[in-house]
Design a protein around this ligand. Structure first.
Ligand SMILES: [Zn+2]
Length: 440
């Protein structure tokens, strides 16, 4: 081998980007974004290793090493020492996906030009693909946001609307409703479910619903949260919807239509029909929150998962003027993702695994995932110095406790108090409020 051929070989490898190398090495790409975290092929761990396709950088926290070239990344992942000639050349082989040239196989000037042209074409194609992906995602997000705005904006304030459903619903569930303009109510909000033969969405139901906005840190509406109301159906005062499952359709059953008799317990347990949620979200909720009462500029915030708990608690403490009441929409958006290593076995609950063996159910742990994005959980104003988190006593206790601890850790700031308030065991604030109201 001549030293010229080797120099050329190494030069070629140096020209390969981190993204190209990641593809050659078949590393994992997230579906969107430029940062791609994963276990380190060399050191293991969970999200210890990541490469960034926009910055052309890679980094391994476990190995305490990183850089901005494909060779270094390949070397770390394959545990090669690039300070030795052998290690360097092996890393170059990985990056280029071909073995070292010997004199006989040395490529001609034309072959080299053709290969560089291929590399350049591939790079341009990758750029175009990535841009197209980002465009479709942004388009989809914007369309969904516009739909959410289209649902929310034309509706009346729940507090003053001629339609009493919203006030009666919250009155029965939470013993009152806020004197605020965030929550709205509509007489004919459509419940879409499934597709017709031509692939269009099917309106399963249309009726009264409470509609809340999801807002981002700039108070822009990014989505909406819909709760359909049926005042004749205690204790939750929400309609019941059933959907035909894929299994049910295969078995030749017809879609359930609102007004049809309830699906039988047998059909439900056989998975032919399913109970559908009577709450839905449109647009994005990620990183956003549902305002209930007061203004996000306040220094004291109170809220939990659901709107009902927030309203019941606000009602109970008399809607303090210095407080912003909110809901996160769900526990995931309240607490954010967990660090995988903090997962733990439930002390009592067991689950059948794939082999039919009974094993402890695993619970998402109390430690927030490292290197989270800002919108991995709801936002909290920087000025907030008291964040009262309302736990949902209806949900499984251990899982909820771990999530509340995670929420507290995630939203912790110096000088900020984050008390967690629990309702009576097996109860939630809205149930307690409703029972107090009914005198039970
Ligand atoms: Zn590593």
């Amino acid at each position: 081998m001549t030293s010229d051929a080797i120099k050329q070989f190494v030069e070629d490898a140096r020209a390969v980007s981190v993204e190209e190398t990641a593809k050659v090495m078949k590393l994992t790409f997230k579906r969107s974004g430029v940062e791609h975290p994963q276990p380190c092929p060399n050191c293991g761990g969970t999200d210890t290793f990541a490469f960034n396709t926009s910055k052309n950088k890679w980094n391994c926290r476990a190995g305490g090493i990183g850089g901005n070239d494909g060779i270094g990344m390949a070397a770390h992942c394959h545990d090669l020492d690039v300070r030795t000639r052998k290690g360097l050349l092996e890393a170059c082989e990985i990056v280029l996906g071909r073995s070292m040239p010997d004199e006989a196989e040395r490529e001609s000037e034309e072959e080299r030009a053709a290969r560089l042209e291929r590399l350049e074409q591939r790079r341009l194609q990758n750029e175009a693909d990535a841009a197209a992906r980002a465009d479709t995602q942004a388009d989809y997000r914007e369309k969904e946001r516009n739909k959410a705005r289209g649902i929310y904006r034309p509706l009346d304030d729940l507090r003053t609307s001629r339609l009493k459903h919203g006030r009666l619903y919250l009155g029965r569930r939470c013993a009152g409703y806020p004197d605020a303009t965030w929550l709205r109510v509509g007489a004919d909000v459509t419940y879409w479910h499934g597709q017709d033969e031509r692939g269009g969405p099917v309106a399963l139901y249309s009726g009264p619903a409470m509609v809340a906005p999801f807002i981002g840190p700039d108070l822009d509406l990014i989505g909406c949260h819909i709760t359909w109301i049926d005042l004749d159906r205690p204790p939750k005062y929400r309609p019941i919807f059933y959907g035909l499952t894929t299994e049910g359709a295969k078995a030749g059953l017809v879609p359930w239509v609102f007004g049809d008799p309830a699906a039988s317990a047998e059909d439900l347990s056989d998975g032919l029909y399913e109970l559908l949620p009577s709450k839905k979200m449109r647009g994005s909720k990620k990183g956003g929150l549902i305002p209930i009462a007061g203004h996000p500029d306040e220094q004291r915030w109170v809220g939990g998962e659901g709107i009902e708990n927030g309203v019941a608690f606000g009602e109970w403490e008399g809607w303090r003027a210095d407080t912003f009441y909110f809901a996160a929409g769900d526990l995931g958006n309240l607490a954010g993702p967990a660090e995988a290593s903090s997962r733990f076995a439930h002390p009592a609950l067991k689950k059948l695994d794939a082999k039919g063996v009974l094993r402890p159910a695993m619970v998402q742990g109390p430690v927030p995932k490292r290197d989270q994005d800002a919108d991995d959980a709801m936002w909290v104003g920087d000025q907030v110095d008291e964040l009262v988190l309302l736990a949902d006593g209806d949900s499984e206790r251990v899982m909820t406790a771990a999530a509340m601890a995670r929420a507290r850790a995630r939203h912790a700031r110096s000088g900020r108090l984050i008390p967690i308030v629990w309702p009576q065991t097996g109860c939630d604030f809205s149930k307690m409020a409703a029972e107090a109201e009914a005198g039970t």
